[in-house]
Each structure stands twice: as structure tokens, then as C-alpha cells.
Design a binder for this molecule. Structure first.
Ligand SMILES: Nc1ncnc2c1ncn2[C@@H]1O[C@H](COP(=O)(O)OP(=O)(O)OP(=O)(O)O)[C@@H](O)[C@H]1O
Length: 456
């Protein structure tokens, strides 16, 4: 016996018919409520979430124009516009039936008492109703996801020369459908930039799907990206939609593209060239319409020269490429970013209005930030959590002076670099001068001479 599901309210003035229908339908539906008085329909609807109302067309004897049924259907639709109403009519009146369906009825059944037909009509209306409900639910979820995407647009881009240049390019490129490759060190905001491009594009109301290719096992690459059919391999317990299909209509963001094996690169290239994918175990290809944005922190051109990245794939993904600067190369943006994170975190941890001292800002601008914006964000979050009052000074950042301190890429003064290296070695060796000297490749007395000379 199949699982009983679905609930029906049956409204008819003929009590014998109500009883007969209830007995007959009982094994097939989870809940059946019968009512002979149409005035009580709304009361029933307010008490229970029905899937279908099975409604008599004519209640008053002698009148069979169906108007009464249409009146009650309107009442039902006012209470619940999505409710499926199926009419019961004693008169084989096709015109009337068509009129009811035009007005919003899901279907109609005749009182001719063809049991199988009644059941099959109700079951198919129920299935349709179930699908409609899940579509409504999916739309709500999609709306929620879009709102989350918009939330993530809460970013601080910055005013540095480098960022202004990039913003100009991005504004031109975003509304087109061209593929974009975003380069940059870890934590420089590649995903944030990809979302920003999506947000500025004509696809902004569609989905943005991000895939971290570095986190996908080689064996699962195809199934993850192109989907699979139930039974295609041992663990394929049911059909699965791949990320390409999921992103169709919207933007697909492939992060860490430099991590793909050559075999996976070939499969990806074929999908991008044909703009279609075939799920693992599937028999026919599915068209996909995606805007592709890729990102990596790896030197793809060098990898092409070495043979570990396909040149044709690189050409396909980098119609336009954007290189995000490291944080140490956009120091002018550090105060803005720091304040942006400070406001966000102080709101999150309900710390009230907080501020930095000038020394704290200076210290942050002096750091190397190997983890870039992500690291800055973490440091500020930690400082906000641990702060005793609303002002964050340099000591509250828990960054030791000169820790991670970096010199600008264009700083070529040898002495400055030597000083920095000596400090770093001493710190690394926790003050053990013999070890530090060994690390630096000099003897202990030379190290002391240099410490004295540079007043370290
Ligand atoms: N412009 C920005 N404004 C605000 N926050 C940002 C900005 N750029 C990056 N972030 C924050 O920094 C963190 C890292 O950003 P994101 O994940 O985009 O970097 P990524 O370059 O893609 O990193 P990875 O190379 O590790 O994948 C995120 O928490 C993000 O919210």
C-alpha cells in the first residue's frame, strides 16, 4: 500500500455521496473532511491546510447553472489563492466545465461514479499541487539567497590608484557576458570581486554559484560540476544537479582554477566550448547559459609554459583578466578597510561606536599582511572582541611592532632590508643570538656589530 498523503475537503449537499466518497478515498489520502453546508467552508480552511477542495457545482435542487459552485470557488480562492478546487458535477456539461477551469478550477469530475477516474483525477491534481508548492518554496529560497548575495555586496572597495584602475575595467566588463579571470594572492578579495561583477551585470537577479575547485576531489570533479544520474556510480543514490546547470542563467565562479589536473582541465574546456554538459551516467547533453568568472593565486602563464595548464583553456577563461593587488601594495586603503571592519564587528558584538588611535592605524599600514584582507579582518575582529573600551590602540591589535613588517616592493635600500632581516631572525630564534647568526649566515660577533651599528 503506498504511503497516504494529501488532504481533501469534500463539500456536497448529498450526504450519501459524501459518505461514499470518504470511504472510497480514505485508503488513498491522509486526511478527508466532508461537509454538506458550503457556509462552513471557510471555517474548515482556517482549521486545516487542505491540498484540494472537492466542491459540488450546484447546491440548490433544480438549479444547475453552476453559478453557486463558482461563487464558493471565489470564496475559497479569496481565503487561499493557491488552493486546488475540483468540481463535482452531476450534469455532463462540457461548456460549464470549461468555464469553471477558465475561472481557476483545477479540474472537474462527473457524478457518473467512475471510481477509478475520480481517484486518478484527484491524485494528479494533488501531485500538481505538490509540485506547485515546492516551486513556491524554491522561489522563496531563491529570493532569500538573492538577499544574501546582496548582503555580501556590503564591501569596501577602496580609493587607491590600483583599485580605481580595476574598478574602471570592471564597470566596463561587468555588463558584457565575457569570461573574466581574477588573479591575486590569498585573501585579496577575488571572490568579493567576482560577486561585485555579478552584481553589476544583467544577471544580477539570477543565481551566483561559487565552486572551490581546490576543495573538490579529482574523482568527484565531473559529478560536482556536471551532475550525475542515479546509479551512475556506487554512491550515486539519486540524481544530482551539477554546478553548471545550477548556475544556468546566472554566473558560475570557479575559484582556484590553477589547482585542476590536466584531465579535469580537458573536461572543463569541452563544457565551456560546447556550452553544454552531460551528467555522469546521463544519455543526452544539457544546454547551459553561464557567465564564467575564474580565479587563482597561481601563475597560470608560467604553468602553461611548464605544461601543467592548458593554453587553450587559459585563452578561453581570460578574455579579460584583473589582478588584485596585495594589501601591502595598497596601504592607502588600509585605514578605510580597517574602519569598515571595525564598524561591522562592533555592530556584530554590540560594542557601540569604536575608533582606532593614529598609532594603531600606522601599525596596520606597516604590516606585510601575508593573508591580505582576510587577515586584516580577523585581526580587527579579535581586537573588537578583546577590547576593554571603545578605542583600539596599537597594543589592542596584538600585532607586535615590526612583526610581519614589510618594505614596499619598490624599496631597494639594502640597509633597510638588512635591518629587517636581522630583526626577523632574532624574533624567529626567540632572542637566541647564536641561532639567529647561523640563520643569517654570519658569525655571532658580526651579528652583535650590526646590532650596535643599526641601533637595534
Ligand atoms: N573589498 C572588500 N571589502 C570588504 N571585505 C572584503 C573585501 N575584499 C575581501 N574581503 C573579505 O576578506 C575575506 C577574503 O575575501 P575573498 O574570499 O574574496 O578573497 P579571495 O582572494 O577569494 O581568497 P582565497 O584566495 O583564499 O580564495 C572575506 O571574508 C571577504 O569578506
Amino acid at each position: 500500500m503506498p504511503k497516504k498523503e494529501g488532504s481533501i475537503l469534500i463539500v456536497d449537499d448529498n450526504k450519501d455521496l459524501l459518505l461514499a466518497l470518504k470511504l472510497y478515498l480514505n485508503p488513498h489520502f491522509e486526511k478527508i473532511v466532508t461537509e454538506h453546508n458550503p457556509n462552513r467552508i471557510k471555517e474548515h480552511l482556517s482549521k486545516h491546510a487542505f491540498d484540494i477542495v472537492l466542491l459540488d457545482m450546484n447546491f440548490k435542487t433544480g438549479i444547475n447553472n453552476g453559478n453557486e459552485g463558482l461563487f464558493w470557488m471565489n470564496e475559497i480562492k479569496q481565503a487561499d489563492s493557491e488552493m486546488a478546487v475540483v468540481f463535482i458535477t452531476g450534469y455532463s456539461d462540457v461548456e460549464l466545465a470549461v468555464r469553471t477551469i477558465k475561472k481557476g478550477a483545477a479540474d472537474f469530475i462527473e457524478k457518473s461514479w467512475d471510481e477509478r477516474k475520480i481517484l486518478s483525477t484527484l491524485l494528479s491534481v494533488y501531485q500538481l499541487q505538490k509540485s506547485k508548492k515546492s516551486i513556491t518554496q524554491l522561489k522563496k529560497k531563491q529570493q532569500h539567497l538573492k538577499e544574501c548575495i546582496n548582503d555580501q555586496q556590503d564591501v569596501f572597495m577602496g580609493n587607491s590608484e590600483a583599485i580605481q584602475q580595476i574598478t574602471k575595467v570592471v564597470q566596463k566588463v561587468a555588463p558584457t557576458d565575457v569570461n573574466v579571470l581574477i588573479l591575486g594572492e590569498n585573501g585579496t578579495g577575488k571572490e568579493v570581486m567576482a560577486r561585485h561583477i555579478h552584481h553589476l551585470s544583467d544577471r544580477r537577479d539570477e543565481i551566483f554559484v561559487a565552486v572551490d575547485l581546490g576543495a573538490i576531489h579529482e574523482n568527484l570533479f565531473e559529478s560536482e560540476l556536471f551532475g550525475h544520474k542515479k546509479g551512475a556510480f556506487t554512491d550515486a543514490k539519486e540524481d544530482r544537479t551539477g554546478r553548471f546547470e545550477l548556475a544556468s542563467g546566472g554566473t558560475l565562479f570557479l575559484d582556484e582554477i590553477g589547482n585542476l589536473s590536466l584531465a579535469a582541465q580537458a573536461k572543463l574546456l569541452a563544457a565551456l566550448q560546447n556550452r553544454e554538459i552531460t551528467p555522469v551516467g546521463g544519455t543526452h547533453p544539457i544546454k547551459v547559459d553561464i557567465r564564467l568568472i575564474c580565479a587563482t593565486n597561481m601563475p597560470l602563464e608560467k604553468m602553461v609554459a611548464e605544461g601543467s595548464f592548458r593554453e587553450d583553456l587559459l585563452y578561453r577563461i581570460n578574455t579579460i583578466s584583473v589582478e588584485l593587488p596585495s594589501l601591502r601594495n595598497r596601504k592607502e586603503d588600509i585605514p578605510g578597510l580597517a574602519h569598515f571592519f571595525l564598524n561591522k564587528q562592533s555592530d556584530k558584538y554590540k560594542k557601540g561606536k569604536m575608533s582606532f588611535t593614529a598609532d594603531a592605524i600606522e601599525l596596520m599600514q606597516d604590516q606585510a599582511w601575508p593573508g591580505n584582507i582576510r587577515e586584516l579582518q580577523h585581526i580587527i575582529e579579535k581586537a573588537v572582541i578583546l577590547a576593554d573600551d571603545t578605542t583600539i590602540d596599537k597594543d589592542d591589535l596584538f600585532l607586535s611592532v615590526n612583526n610581519n613588517k614589510a618594505l614596499d616592493e619598490n624599496h631597494f635600500n639594502l640597509i633597510d632590508h638588512e635591518k629587517l632581516l636581522i630583526e626577523k631572525a632574532i624574533r624567529n630564534c626567540k632572542g637566541n643570538m647564536s641561532k639567529a647568526a647561523k640563520k643569517l649566515g654570519i658569525n655571532r660577533s658580526t651579528l652583535y656589530d650590526k646590532i650596535k651599528k643599526y641601533d637595534l
